[in-house]
Design a protein around this ligand. Structure first.
Ligand code: ADP
Ligand code: MG
Length: 677
């Protein structure tokens, strides 16, 4: 069977199922083979109920006494008893209302999950349950669990994969043999077989190591070849002008922190060289990265070069434009600044593009990724700044180069610390500046966890507060519209609820499905204080700055990542008032939720996030589609070191790329995910 065979040709996959696969991004056999299991359930070690001790366990038992209820905290609970011939044990599921209906009495299940204390008795909490009769004898007892979609279960996916393997798929080797030998890696073919049909845990480990190695190896190679290309180019030398710097600092309404001075100076040093800067400016939310970016921009403009500032959203682009006007007004550069975003009128956009092309004014262009589109002809770009995103890759850079002959300096700003391993591998050799202190006098944001039953009271308190002061509130929901699960709060639902509950307040919504214009209009109203409560999705996540907005309610907080929650919380407490953040959760607070309550230190939280979920999660790569790390985990330092070393060795000998053309092909494909900045 060929890997390019359409998914619909697999035995058991019809038109309907193939559409579901498409939804998961799977179109052919190869795609399905690369569908990495989320986890495995190990039914190879079945324990007797009478001998269970706390931890992860698997039992083979019959289920009885199933019933459902709501807890006092408003959580849906399904309880049951599982018994084998030695003893009985309680089983409990939270917020899985379908369980009660799907469980069958008097048939045997493999039940696998955490055996732990809840209240004060031991029970199996949120376990999986598989009918024993569904596990065919020869399928092995370790079952992969896949990312699923409604209508397509892991059970079906396993069956389809079994059908593929029965036809001996032609899985080619994709790593140079010498690399496999030197690093004790199993072949591609074995790796996929062991990934989907492991006969032991160690086979899974072997497979994951091999596939993770390959992933990092390829990224390293692509990143190294990108770096080589950059190193060959010349950047403009930006003269360090201390007079204008003094003038700038003097007119600021605050004193720069030491960390801001230090990082600005590092950037100054870099851009005064003819080697292109490639620097990451890390600083927690609210640490004041924008001022530092403004200083670098000022110096570049001062030498007559253009500056491009890329923001992740239009809202932020607009806000940054206003901030830059204010900051650069005192040094006379305010009329060199322009915003260029998709929602402007055609005429407006054309005029700006003409100006940009003529290189007269404006020289500092702020916008979203639309700034990298074809029809804009930049003149000498001296500096490219990206805020809160890491999507500036080789292709984008080439695009800018084709307009000018010089290579711009690159500055990327983020509130999420990048682990060293990541900086080296995926981002090439990136220099890092860290703003490790916050401006003085900032009040801390308090964070409270709110039970579903206290939700009403919370909103009533907020109502009183808004009525009696000038403060405004954000309410953030994970989704726009109500979906399949009643437990996830949506922007639309909450808007409905609050409109009736909090009569007399001005409530607006903001989300990604609105047009850029509508979003900008709402945001403007909110900034001006004409909206009391803004209900939104994470579109407000990064960088938005409204000093009067001191309250943030995060609905269904357990649906957000740690870094995301921290980013969101960073939106409040920006003025001189204390910020209040409320996390509403559907379930008992997870470790993540407890962590966010316990500290305001973004770097600590990022480390914890890395530990809990791996780097893919930190960078929200899945959501943003930047870097799809499927197997490897960036906290696995050993694997990364070995794979990057192998990549370096491979690249050191130019003959290798000739000998292994498919690697050369891969480098080309990966150029859009390898980051220069
Ligand atoms: P972030 O690092 O999250 O992008 P910003 O650059 O948006 O942070 O800065 C947050 C707020 O702090 C802004 O209102 C900014 O004017 C203010 N600010 C920046 N630097 C200082 C400082 N040294 N002292 C006081 N306030 C500052
Ligand atoms: Mg910012």
């Amino acid at each position: 069977m060929e890997l390019s065979t359409n998914i619909e040709s697999i035995k058991g996959v019809g038109e309907k199922t193939s559409k579901l696969y498409n939804k998961l991004g799977i179109y052919d056999v190869s795609g399905l083979l690369k569908h990495i299991p989320r986890k495995y359930e190990d039914y190879s070690h079945v324990q007797k109920v009478a001998t269970l001790t706390p931890g992860n366990v698997t039992i083979k038992a019959k289920i009885s006494s199933v019933h459902s209820r709501y807890s006092r905290g408003g959580i849906h609970i399904t309880e049951a008893i599982a018994s084998d011939n030695t003893a009985s044990v309680g089983v409990i599921w939270f917020n899985q209302p379908y369980r009660a209906k799907s469980l069958r009495h008097n048939v045997e299940y493999f039940i696998s999950g955490k055996f732990d204390f809840g209240g004060n008795r031991l029970s199996l909490r949120n376990p999986s349950a598989e009918l024993v009769s569904d596990l065919s004898v020869n399928s092995g007892r370790i079952l992969p669990v896949y990312p699923e979609t409604k209508g397509l279960s892991s059970k079906q996916i396993r069956k389809h994969l079994a059908n593929i393997f029965a036809l001996k798929p032609k899985i080619k080797e994709t790593l140079p043999d010498i690399v496999c030998q030197q690093n004790n890696l199993i072949s591609s073919a074995d790796a996929y077989k062991q990934l989907h049909r492991p006969s032991s845990i160690s086979e899974i480990d072997e497979s994951r190591y091999r596939l993770g190695f390959e992933e990092i190896f390829e990224l390293s190679i692509a990143s190294q070849s990108a770096r080589k290309e950059v190193a060959r180019a010349d950047a403009p030398k930006i003269e360090i002008d201390l007079n204008i710097t003094d003038q700038f600092i003097k007119q600021l309404p605050f004193k720069l922190t030491n960390a801001q001075r230090k990082t600005a100076w590092q950037i100054y040093q870099d851009i005064s060289q003819s080697k292109p800067m490639n620097r990451l400016l890390e600083g927690d939310v609210g640490s004041g990265k924008t001022v530092v970016a403004a200083m670098a921009s000022m110096l570049t403009l001062n030498q007559g070069y253009q500056v491009i500032f890329l923001a992740p959203t239009e809202i932020l682009a607009r806000q940054h434009t206003e901030t830059f006007y204010e900051l650069l007004d005192g040094v006379g550069f305010q009329n060199q600044i322009t915003l260029l975003v998709g929602s402007m009128s055609k005429k407006q956009k054309e005029d700006i593009k003409k100006d940009v092309k003529s290189a007269l004014k404006p020289r500092l262009i702020i916008g979203t990724h639309a700034l990298l589109q074809d029809k804009i002809e930049y003149q000498d770009i001296g500096l490219v700044i990206t805020d809160e995103q890491h999507r500036f890759g080789v292709n984008q850079r080439r695009h800018l180069l084709s307009k000018t002959n010089i290579s711009p300096h690159m500055l990327s700003m983020t509130a999420t610390p990048i682990p060293r391993s990541l900086a080296l591998t995926v981002f090439g050799e990136l220099d890092v500046s860290i703003i490790n202190e916050k401006p003085q006098g900032r009040k801390k944001v308090t964070t409270q966890l709110i039970k579903p039953t206290d939700r009403l009271k919370l909103y009533q308190d907020i109502y009183k507060k808004i009525k009696s002061t000038t403060c405004q509130a954000y309410v953030v929901c994970p989704v726009i519209s109500p979906g399949d699960t009643i437990f996830i709060k949506s922007v639309e639902k909450v808007h409905q609820e609050l409109s009736t509950l909090l009569k007399g307040l001005k409530i607006e919504v903001l989300h990604g499905k609105m047009t850029g214009e509508d979003k900008a209009a709402i945001m403007k109203k909110f900034i001006k204080g004409k909206v009391d409560i803004l209900i939104s999705t994470t579109v407000i996540e990064v960088g938005v700055n409204v000093p009067n907005a001191n309250i943030m309610v995060i609905e269904s907080a357990d649906r957000f990542g740690l870094a995301q929650l921290h980013q969101l919380r960073g939106r409040i407490g920006r003025g001189n008032e204390q910020g209040e953040c409320y996390l509403l959760t559907e379930n008992e607070p997870t470790r993540r939720i407890r962590a966010i309550k316990s500290t305001n230190d973004g770097f600590k939280l990022a480390e914890l996030d890395l530990e809990l979920r791996g780097a893919g999660a930190i960078y929200g790569t899945r959501q943003h589609g930047i870097l799809d790390l499927r197997v490897a985990n960036f906290s696995d330092a050993k694997l990364i070191a070995a794979a990057s070393r192998a990549a370096k060795q491979f690249m050191d000998d130019p003959k290798n790329l000739v000998q292994y053309p498919y690697i050369k092909e891969r480098i080309k494909q990966l150029q859009s995910v390898v980051h220069l900045n």
